[in-house]
Design a binder for this molecule. Structure first.
Ligand code: MEV
Length: 424
């Protein structure tokens, strides 16, 4: 039977599931049961989720958790995180507690400008194009008047339009490079609508617009977060040695892209979990962050560490384009709740919170890597996954967790312990 299908989006949900079952499921009843189990019984809520995207057949859950005890600029936060990786929230909570006893995190927004571009080709004289652009600039702005009216009231709008000659990179290629302020919204739809409106009035017989789209590279929408402490407060024993080792670990990420990618992945564990929990676009944030990590032409660490005059300093600088209004932030009930837990932050405050989540995650990873190694904590948190894989019951889980407290967790060791428990 052919697995190609036409008109799939027009099928009802039941028809979609039946089609899937006939084509892909070996145990139809069991697989349909799983889809139904994840379907929300509240019809209104389910419909809301169904309408976020096309062709929905159920929901895909990710755990939603809280990392409490973050002090940022003197204010206490409990940070909501949506993530499946076992040790991320545990690490964030530990690190938050650690720094809450050392003055907490400091964060500041360095800039908030976002970028959109109209990419076009032009084969004529550059001078003529420059003249045409200068003449047309106010018409371009005028074309967005209706779209920008509300945004202007909120302090945002179009900041600047620049004509950029990109012909040295690609023949006949120019662009209008447009800067935006989008206040508390991420602004993707706003930026794209403005660009398309401008492109329509800019295009002429000689200018062929190829596309108009925002950029997820936002190096001018930048936030910085930092922690610091006296070296002797860094570690209970051999503090200076461990602080130095920590700094070397960051230096290695700055010198070696293979390490930098993993180092930054750990940062994104914290960043993406909060971005997702607050209904923001984690793909956009990840793309922008990694591009920023490569801004010098070499992929490097997003964090920096140093020891100066007896003090340890650890910081992150990262571009984050986020919203606390619009998009999913109000529409997804859990995203809305996350923002309530975060005490209804502005977009700038959310940038600071999320940068801190990334810094904390990197701190947790590097502290483990340069001391005990990562597996001890990872496997401890992974213990429940192993027990679930081995179908341990509630009593068995309790016993094994007790048994392995302070012990090295491996899949084999757990399987053996469970087997022994079952055969007594
Ligand atoms: C795992 O998800 C993240 C780490 O690999 C990050 C790192 O190595 O810094 C632990």
């Amino acid at each position: 039977m052919s697995k190609l299908v036409s008109g799939f989006s027009k099928f009802s949900k039941a028809e979609k599931i039946n089609w899937l079952a006939s084509n892909f499921f070996s145990n139809k009843e069991e697989s349909i049961g799983i889809l139904e189990q994840y379907e929300n019984q509240d019809q209104i809520l389910q419909q809301l989720h169904d309408e976020f995207i096309e062709n929905t057949i159920s929901n895909f859950y990710v755990p939603y958790a809280i990392a409490p005890n973050f002090i940022i600029n003197g204010k206490v936060y409990a940070i909501p995180m949506a993530i499946e990786e076992s040790s991320v929230v545990a690490a964030a909570s530990l690190v938050a507690k650690f720094w809450s006893n050392r003055g907490g995190f400091k964060a500041e927004v360095l800039s908030t400008t976002k970028i959109g571009q109209i990419h076009f080709t032009y084969k004529g004289e550059k001078n003529d194009l420059e003249h045409y652009f200068t003449q047309k600039k106010s018409t371009l702005l005028n074309a967005t008047k209706d779209l920008t009216a509300n945004m202007k009231k909120r302090g945002g709008g179009i900041v600047d339009i620049e004509l950029r000659d990109k012909t040295s990179a690609l023949e006949h290629y120019y662009q209008l490079h447009v800067s935006f302020e989008t206040a508390d919204s991420m602004g993707a739809n706003f930026i794209n609508s403005c660009l398309e409106a401008m492109a329509k009035v800019f295009e002429n017989d000689e200018i062929e617009v190829i596309m108009s789209i925002l950029s997820n590279y936002v190096p001018e929408c930048l936030v910085r977060a930092e922690v610091s402490c006296d070296i002797e407060d860094f570690f209970p024993e051999n503090s200076a040695y461990y602080a130095q080792k920590f700094v070397q670990a960051v230096d290695i990420a700055n010198a070696e892209p293979y390490r930098a990618v993993t180092h930054n992945k750990g940062i994104m564990n914290g960043i993406d979990a909060v971005v997702l929990a607050t209904g923001n676009d984690f793909r956009a944030v990840a793309a922008g962050a990694h591009a920023y990590a490569a801004k010098t032409g070499t992929y490097k660490s997003l964090t920096n560490a140093k020891i100066e005059q007896g003090k340890f300093y650890f910081s992150i600088e990262i571009p984050l384009s986020l919203g606390t209004v619009g998009g999913l932030t109000k529409l997804h009930p859990l995203a809305k709740l996350s923002l309530e837990i975060l005490q209804k932050p502005s977009a700038q405050e959310l940038m600071q919170i999320i940068a801190v989540a990334g810094l904390a995650q990197n701190f947790g990873a590097l502290k483990a890597l340069t001391t005990t190694g990562i597996q001890q904590g990872h496997m401890k948190m992974h213990l429940m996954n192993i027990l679930n894989q081995l179908e341990a019951n509630v009593h068995e889980k309790k016993e094994i967790v007790k048994m392995f407290s302070g012990q090295t967790v491996t899949h084999n060791a757990i399987a053996k312990a469970l087997h022994d428990l079952r055969t007594v």
